[in-house]
Design a protein around this ligand. Structure first.
Ligand SMILES: Nc1ncnc2c1ncn2[C@@H]1O[C@H](COP(=O)(O)OP(=O)(O)OP(=O)(O)O)[C@@H](O)[C@H]1O
Ligand SMILES: [Mg+2]
Length: 220
């Protein structure tokens, strides 16, 4: 994944407010990168760019060598669904669905050839230690358990990249460390992970820390 001379501004009223300013960032396959920076510095905006949730105003986003600018919106949605797994601070599970259904959900829109969604979902739920909670709804589970479901869901399409925005931000430190152990384990198995955090202790799990201030990468 690579960002080349990327900029992003938001239109507020009749003003263009620059948020990311000529950002260059390269994440190699198998790397675990932490992104740190003060509140409002542009971390989530950066993650939206890396995750192809939004398009930049200038510069390029390359995912597996493919320039995202050349893709139509449906092509972009497909790339996102197949190649990128998202984990958010507030879990973002669908309240009415069970653990298993939440994990399977991304395969309804995009499914890689040969994936048996139900079987894979069961394996992943087991991997994150929720075998006993397969048929529970999010409201019947703790924050840490819900985040495990979200991690399993992020993995269902075997994405090349996992993006996590403050994945332990709503969890106590013990539960947060359990979640970090899952990320560490995924990293050891060769997954590429980009994680936003403001906690220096959590950033230690990563191979590399990228610091961002006022929309500029200050160390890399
Ligand atoms: N949709 C939007 N429209 C206008 N301005 C926005 C929008 N999204 C973000 N911003 C602005 O962009 C700046 C960066 O926001 P961003 O969410 O990327 O920060 P952050 O580093 O993730 O902060 P935090 O640590 O608090 O999550 C902020 O000043 C914010 O007000
Ligand atoms: Mg943020």
């Amino acid at each position: 994944m690579e960002l080349v001379n990327l900029c992003k501004s938001y239109h507020v009223g009749d003003m263009d407010v620059p948020i990311l300013k000529s950002v260059d960032l390269r994440v190699a396959q198998g790397e675990f990168v932490a992104i740190m920076g003060p509140s409002g510095s542009g971390k989530s905006t950066l993650m939206n760019m890396i995750g192809c949730l939004d398009r930049p105003n200038c510069g390029q986003v390359l995912v597996m060598g493919k320039d995202v600018n050349t893709l139509s919106d449906p092509e972009l949605a497909k790339l996102r669904g197949m190649e990128i797994g998202f984990v958010f601070q507030n879990f973002n599970l669908v309240p009415r669905l069970t653990t298993l259904q939440n994990v399977e959900l991304p395969t309804y829109a995009n499914k890689k050839a040969g994936i048996d969604a139900r079987k894979k979902a069961k394996e992943l739920v087991k991997m994150v230690g929720l075998e006993e909670r397969m048929n529970y709804k999010p409201s019947e589970m703790s924050g840490g358990q819900q985040q495990r479901v979200a991690i399993a869901r992020a993995l269902i399409n075997d994405p090349s990249l996992i993006l996590a925005d403050e994945p332990t931000g709503n969890l106590d430190s013990v539960t947060g460390n359990d979640i970090m152990e899952i990320f560490s384990d995924l990293h050891r198995k060769g997954r590429t992970i980009v994680m936003i955090t403001h906690d220096p202790e959590l950033a230690e799990y990563a191979d590399r820390v990228v610091n961002i201030r006022d929309g500029i990468i200050v160390s890399n």
